[in-house]
Design a protein around this ligand. Structure first.
Ligand SMILES: Cc1cc2nc3c(=O)[nH]c(=O)nc-3n(C[C@H](O)[C@H](O)[C@H](O)COP(=O)(O)OP(=O)(O)OC[C@H]3O[C@@H](n4cnc5c(N)ncnc54)[C@H](O)[C@@H]3O)c2cc1C
Length: 527
C-alpha cells in the first residue's frame, strides 16, 4: 500500500489538492466523512501555492497572488470552516488594489475609497471622473446579485435569461453582458489613459478589451474592488491551502502528495473510487471529487458517455497564454519618481489606448505583442514576512501565444523572453535592474501546464471564458452543474467549472451538490 495510507477504503476521495478540491473536501470532512485528497505534485495547492522558487527565505506565489473573489464567498465571509478563526488564515487589504504606470512616468491609481479614485481620474479628465463615479455606483448596486450567482451552482441558461428579461435593470445587465469592454469604455470615457487603465481589467482575463462579452467584467471588478478589496494573504497565497489542509486533517482527513490518479473507476452508473499511477485501486464509498480538465475527462473516467466526452474535449482554450517572472530583489521596487508601488496589482501601460488594443490584436494572430502587456505585484511590500528583512519579491506577467510562430520551443527561449520583460520594466521602474535582482525564475506557458493539468496550454482559466462557456454551460452544458451525466457520485471542481478561473472557493458549491445527494443538510452542517 502507498506510503501514508493505512486503508484502501474512504468515504470521499478528492483528485487534486487545488484550493477548489480542498474546499469541497474540507466541507465533507466537517460533515463527518473520511476524506482522502490525492495530489500528483510533491507540493499542494495547484494555482494557490507559495514556494521558494529563487533563494532561501524568498517565498513566491507561483500562480495566484491576490485573493479577490473568494472574499465574497460565505466560506470566508462567514468563516464557515473557521479557516480564519482556527486555522491561521489572515489577510491584509491594501487601500489601493490596482494602479497603472504609464511610460512617461505618470500614474493612475484606483482606491477602495471611490472619492479618491474619482480625484485620481479627474487629474486626467473631470468628465471621466464623473463617469467613473456613475459606473462604480452601478457596480455597487449590482454586486449582491452578481456575488450571489458566483457562489452557487449556475441557474440554467434559459431560466436566467428569462429572469433578466423581466425588468429594465435585468435587460441592462444582459446588454452589458454581451458588450465588449471597449464598447463600454467608448460610451463612458474620453481620455486614453483612463480607457487603457480600465481596459486592462478585461485584459486580466487573458482577453482583449475588444472581445465581446467582457463588458460585465468591469462591473464585477469594480464592485469587488471597492466593497471587499484585494486580499493579500499573510505568508503568501499558499496560506489558504495550508489552512484548508489543517481543517481537513483536524477532521480526520488525509492529504497525500505524489499520488497521480490515472483513472476514476465506476460501476453500475456511479463512481466507486480511483486508481493511482502505481496501479493501486482505492475505494470511495460516497463519491469522488475530481479536478479533471474537460480535455482529459474521456480518458480518465470509465464508461463516460461518448458525446459528453467529445463535447468536453472540444472546449475552447484561451488564445492568449501567460508567462511569469518571479524575482528575489535586494530592495523593494521604486517608480521612476522614487515612490513605492503602493498597489496590489500594477499595470505598465503605453500612453495611447490604441497601442494596448493592437498588442492584443497581435496575439490573436499567434504573434508576440510589439508592446508587452506587463502586469506585476510586489506583495512583500504589504507582507514583509515573505522575505528576509529589507528585501522584496516581485511577480511579473505578460501574455504570449502558447505556440510560437517561429516554431521554437518555450523551454529553449523563455530565458530570452524573461530578459526582454525585465528590460521593458526598466522603462517604468527605477530599480528593476540586474544590480537589484538577486535571482529570478521564469514559468513559460508550458511550465504553467506542467504545474497543474488545469492550466492546459497555459490557460489560467482552464478553458476560455467566452459567453458560450460560462454559467450553466461551463465547460459544456452537460457538465455545467459540477456533475457528470450517467455517472452518479462524481463531482467536478476546477477553474473550467462555474464561475471560472480565479480564487473563488467554488468547491463550496460542489460540496453543496455532494451533500444534497447524500441527504446531508448543508446549512445544518455549519450551524
Ligand atoms: C500565473 C497565474 C496567476 C494567477 N493569478 C491569480 C490571482 O492573482 N488571483 C486569482 O484569483 N487567480 C489567479 N490565477 C488563477 C488561479 O490560480 C486558478 O484559477 C485557481 O488556482 C484554480 O484552482 P483549482 O483548485 O480549481 O485548480 P488547480 O489550482 O489547478 O488545482 C488542481 C490540482 O489538481 C491536481 N491534479 C490534477 N489532476 C490530477 C490527478 N489526475 N491526480 C492527482 N492530482 C491531480 C493538480 O496537480 C493541481 O494541484 C492565476 C493563475 C496563474 C496560472
Amino acid at each position: 500500500m502507498s506510503q501514508g495510507l493505512t486503508s484502501r477504503r474512504f468515504d470521499v476521495i478528492a483528485v487534486g489538492s487545488g484550493h477548489n478540491g480542498l474546499v469541497a473536501a474540507a466541507y465533507l470532512a466537517v460533515a463527518g466523512k473520511r476524506v482522502l485528497v490525492l495530489e500528483r505534485n510533491a507540493w499542494f495547492g495547484g494555482g494557490v501555492v507559495t514556494r521558494e522558487l529563487t533563494l532561501p527565505g524568498f517565498r513566491h506565489d507561483q500562480h495566484s497572488m491576490t485573493h479577490i473573489f473568494i472574499q465574497g464567498n460565505p466560506l470566508l465571509l462567514n468563516d464557515e470552516l473557521r479557516l480564519k478563526s482556527k486555522y491561521g488564515l489572515r489577510y491584509v487589504f491594501p487601500e489601493s488594489p490596482m494602479s497603472s504606470i504609464f511610460e512617461d512616468g505618470e500614474t493612475l491609481a484606483m482606491y477602495r475609497d471611490r472619492a479618491r479614485t474619482r480625484a485620481a481620474i479627474a487629474r486626467y479628465s473631470p468628465a471621466d471622473a464623473a463617469s467613473y463615479e456613475r459606473l462604480s455606483e452601478k457596480a455597487a448596486a449590482w454586486l449582491p446579485m452578481i456575488a450571489a450567482s458566483l457562489f452557487a451552482a449556475p441557474m440554467p441558461l434559459g431560466a436566467s435569461t428569462a429572469m433578466l428579461d423581466q425588468s429594465r435593470e435585468g435587460r441592462e445587465l444582459w446588454r452589458t453582458m454581451q458588450m465588449s469592454t471597449h464598447e463600454l469604455l467608448c460610451q463612458h470615457f474620453k481620455n486614453d489613459r483612463v480607457k487603457s487603465h480600465l481596459a486592462r481589467v478585461a485584459g486580466e482575463n487573458l482577453v482583449s478589451p475588444d472581445e465581446k462579452g467582457t463588458g460585465i467584467g468591469l462591473f464585477v471588478f469594480l464592485g469587488f474592488l471597492e466593497h471587499y478589496g484585494f486580499g493579500v494573504p499573510i505568508g503568501g497565497s499558499g496560506a489558504l491551502t495550508r489552512s484548508l489542509i489543517a481543517c481537513i486533517e483536524d477532521h480526520g482527513g488525509t492529504v497525500l502528495p505524489e499520488m497521480d490518479v490515472v483513472r476514476v473507476t465506476t460501476k453500475g452508473g456511479r463512481a466507486t473510487g480511483v486508481v493511482t499511477h502505481d496501479g493501486e485501486p482505492l475505494e470511495a464509498v460516497d463519491g469522488v471529487i475530481a479536478a479533471i480538465h474537460p480535455h482529459h475527462l474521456g480518458r480518465m473516467v470509465e464508461g463516460l458517455d461518448a458525446e459528453v466526452a467529445s463535447d468536453a474535449a472540444a472546449t475552447e482554450i484561451s488564445q492568449n497564454a501567460c508567462i511569469t517572472v518571479h524575482a528575489a530583489l535586494n530592495a523593494p521596487l521604486r517608480t521612476l519618481r522614487g515612490a513605492p508601488l503602493g498597489s496590489v496589482m500594477v499595470e505598465l501601460l503605453p500612453t495611447e489606448y490604441e497601442t494596448l488594443r493592437r498588442s492584443f490584436d497581435e496575439l490573436r494572430y499567434g504573434r508576440l505583442s510589439n508592446y508587452p502587456l506587463i502586469g506585476l505585484g510586489s506583495l512583500s511590500e504589504f507582507d514583509p514576512s515573505r522575505v528576509p528583512s529589507g528585501k522584496a519579491t516581485v511577480q511579473v506577467w505578460d501574455y504570449v501565444p502558447y505556440q510560437r510562430a517561429d516554431g521554437r520551443s518555450w523551454d529553449e527561449v523563455k530565458g530570452d523572453y524573461a530578459e526582454k520583460m525585465i528590460r521593458h520594466m526598466g522603462k517604468f521602474l527605477q530599480n528593476m535592474t540586474h544590480e537589484n535582482i538577486l535571482s529570478y525564475h521564469c514559468d513559460s506557458p508550458v511550465d504553467m501546464e506542467r504545474t497543474s493539468s488545469s492550466f492546459v496550454r497555459g490557460d489560467l482559466h482552464g478553458v476560455a471564458m467566452p459567453s458560450y462557456q460560462l454559467g450553466a454551460h461551463r465547460p459544456t452544458p452537460a457538465l455545467g452543474q459540477y456533475t457528470v451525466p450517467n455517472i452518479g457520485h462524481l463531482y467536478l471542481v476546477g477553474p473550467f467549472q462555474h464561475p471560472g478561473g480565479g480564487v473563488f472557493g467554488a468547491g463550496r458549491a460542489t460540496a453543496q451538490k455532494f451533500c444534497e445527494d447524500l441527504g446531508v443538510d448543508f446549512d445544518q452542517l455549519l450551524s
